[in-house]
Ligand binder design. Structure first.
Ligand code: OKP
Ligand code: ZN
Length: 335
């Protein structure tokens, strides 16, 4: 399977993360990249396809913010990473976004998504890796994988959040749709892909299904409930399958089958899979109990649909097991 990855993706290295009331190591560490690269075959550098496919799903003002936020933070005399801390939850007048602090609040959903020196280059490269995998499938490959990082599925059209900046899965799905494909996104990360869902929520031309920890107990808390089914032209084109903490393969398999069956029934001709290895039993920030052999089963179930597949990497924080989990998933996908 052709795998796309760009070395600039490792350059995103926030210093710290505010977790459960204290500062800890940033969980989405660049050590994840080394672990994944060591476990998969050779990877290809993607071509640079520019900003246009990114601007097809993200707002121009948000993209400009991502490109300039770190430099503006430094220019304001700050040390460390740029991080939002004041959020415009009520908006009775147009926002004044001159100050970098105001922009960070406007374009961020949370305080776990710092912008460091290499963040823009890394998230841009990650989106280009996704577009490389799309081009491979449009060129006739039945499967291609983008070793994306930072992840993307929590990023909305005009906000970062949940360690995500540009939404590589949404960029890839849009590129496939623009090429005439009928795309179903299947998100199997532990966390609900709220950014991806939101980007396509009112559209009937891209299907979105997600299996994830119940938002009543887990991040991102406000989205991913079973009654979120899409709106307007998108009504019925969103499917949420939340599972309780502690889920094992016995709980997971029927949900995966339901998601894939719904994608086929909707008429998908191409699958876009947001793969997260954080459903693994040893994940330090997640609470499902899937095993490494289960990762192969996820890949094999997707392969069993006999449709072209573009795979995108999302989360997975048990770094010591990440390579084996990704390799198992890819092995299943090739079966
Ligand atoms: C990104 B992806 C914070 C706990 C949750 C955010 C999780 C983002 C996961 N103390 N932090 O979906 O794997
Ligand atoms: Zn996740």
């Amino acid at each position: 399977m052709r795998i796309f990855h760009c070395s600039a993706q490792a350059g995103h290295a926030p210093r710290r993360e505010f977790h459960n009331g204290d500062w800890t190591e940033f969980a989405e560490t660049s050590a994840r990249v080394d672990a994944m690269l060591a476990a998969v075959g050779p990877v290809e550098e993607p071509q640079d396809r520019g900003l246009a496919p990114i601007l097809a799903v993200h707002g121009a003002d948000y993209v400009e913010f991502l490109q300039t936020a770190y430099a503006e933070w430094r220019a304001a005399g700050r040390e460390g990473d740029a991080l939002g801390y004041a959020f415009p939850v009520s908006r009775r007048r147009p926002l004044c976004l001159d100050r970098i602090d105001a922009k960070l609040g406007r374009f961020s959903a949370d305080v776990v998504t710092p912008i460091a020196e290499g963040t823009w280059a890394a998230t841009y490269a990650s989106a280009q890796s996704a577009l490389g995998a799309v081009a491979a499938v449009l060129g006739g490959e039945t499967r291609a994988f983008a070793l994306t990082r930072p992840p993307g599925h929590h990023a909305g059209a005009d906000n970062c959040g949940g360690y995500c900046y540009l939404n590589a899965a949404a960029v890839a799905a849009q590129a496939l749709a623009d090429a005439g494909r009928r795309v179903a996104i299947v998100d199997v990360d532990y966390h609900h892909g709220n950014g991806t869902q939101d980007i396509f929520y009112e559209r009937g031309d891209v299907f979105f299904a997600s299996i994830h920890a119940d938002p009543k107990t887990d991040f991102p808390f406000f989205w991913g409930h079973a009654d979120e089914r899409g709106l307007v032209a998108g009504e019925g084109a969103t499917l949420n399958l939340p599972l309780a903490r502690g889920a094992t393969w016995a709980d997971y398999a029927p949900a995966l089958d339901a998601a894939l069956t719904a994608a086929i029934d909707w008429g998908a001709d191409t699958l876009l899979v947001s793969y997260g290895a954080d459903t693994f039993e040893g994940d330090p920030i997640s609470h499902f109990r899937l095993t490494t052999p289960d990762m192969r089963r996820i890949g094999a179930a997707i392969a069993g649909m006999r449709l072209p597949v573009v795979g995108i990497m999302e989360g997975g924080y048990a770094v010591g097991a990440l390579g084996a989990n990704l390799a198992a998933f890819l092995d299943g996908l090739e079966s």
